[in-house]
Design a protein around this ligand. Structure first.
Ligand code: CP
Length: 293
């Protein structure tokens, strides 16, 4: 694996190897990098968890993390993403982690760039490291994917997390259902527009953030109306089956996609997902850097 760009171009075997290595890191395994590597995190969109989680993972692996502040970089003077990345490669970077508002920004880096690129989110495209930490969280909970009922609720059309997870979970044999307003179903024409019986039958309910920065609101949208019709309310949580869990990639709009009191309830794995993300990102970065030897 030279790069990690989308869940579509990673095999099930590669994903399983990442999840296994993440479990080893969680159990205290030492990194297996044989030289010093230089990495940089290029975040052209805001991030709390992905950026700090990657940086923590990179430091725990013993790599040298070179600071990069998108808001003070020469991109503000018109430099292209290609030229920024080629510049970092010329300085000696082995890998860059990139978040960018443009869908599939990485396509312009496929020719002529030799360092490794890890996609930390492209527009409304994909978020593969989030998907892998979600898979890790689900597997730790249930020990399998096959036959699990996973319901993904919310702004699917703008959600890179949803797209990556739907791809991966269906490939691993989970029954993935989608609940969302018709305006947000995007290419998922099999989406439900009511919860129907999905609250009672789901093993995992994964909520998505309403993405106001991508102009997600449709005509008639109100946060109160959305919460009532599509959010995880206290009443809905009480109908979930024994052992079922709540997930959300976060950041959370409390009181919109989920009642604020449920964010840290017994079923919630929201902060556990964040915790797991460091081990998964250690596994991703180590796997990619080892291939560069
Ligand atoms: N889940 C996620 O990508 O969060 P950040 O935007 O804070 O990185």
């Amino acid at each position: 694996m030279k790069n990690l760009l989308t869940m579509e171009n990673v095999s099930n075997e590669e994903i399983e190897a990442i999840l296994k290595r993440a479990a080893e890191f969680e159990a205290g395994a030492k990194p297996q990098l044989e030289r010093d590597y230089l990495v940089a995190n290029l975040f052209f969109e805001p991030s709390t968890r992905t950026k700090t989680s990657f940086e923590t993972a990179e430091r725990r692996l013993g790599t040298t993390v070179i600071p990069f502040e998108a808001g003070f970089s020469s991109t503000l003077k018109g430099e292209t993403l290609y030229d920024t990345v080629k510049t970092l490669e010329s300085i000696g970077m082995d890998a860059v982690v990139i978040r960018h508002k443009k869908d599939a920004y990485y396509e312009e880096l496929l020719e002529g760039i030799n360092l490794s690129v890890i996609n930390a989110g492209d527009g409304a495209g994909q978020h593969p490291s989030q998907s892998m930490l979600d898979l890790y969280t689900i597997f730790k909970e249930f020990g399998k994917f096959e036959g699990l009922n996973v319901t993904i609720a919310g702004d699917v059309s703008h959600s890179r997390v949803a797209k990556s997870n739907i791809t991966a979970l269906r490939r691993f044999g989970a029954n993935v259902n989608i609940v969302c307003p018709p305006e947000w179903q995007g290419k998922y024409t099999d989406a439900h527009h009511e919860w129907d019986d999905l609250i009672e039958t789901s093993d995992v309910i994964m909520l998505l953030r309403v993405q106001h920065e991508r102009d997600a609101a449709y005509e008639g949208f109100t946060t109160e109306g959305y919460h009532k019709q599509y959010g995880l309310t206290v009443e809905r949580e009480q109908q979930m089956k024994d052992g079922a869990i709540i997930m959300h990639p976060a950041p959370v709009n409390r009181g919109v996609e989920i009642d604020s009191s449920l964010v840290e309830c017994d079923r919630s794995r929201i902060f556990k997902q964040v915790h797991n993300g460091v081990f998964v990102r250690m596994a991703i970065v180590e796997t990619i850097l080892k291939e560069r030897n």
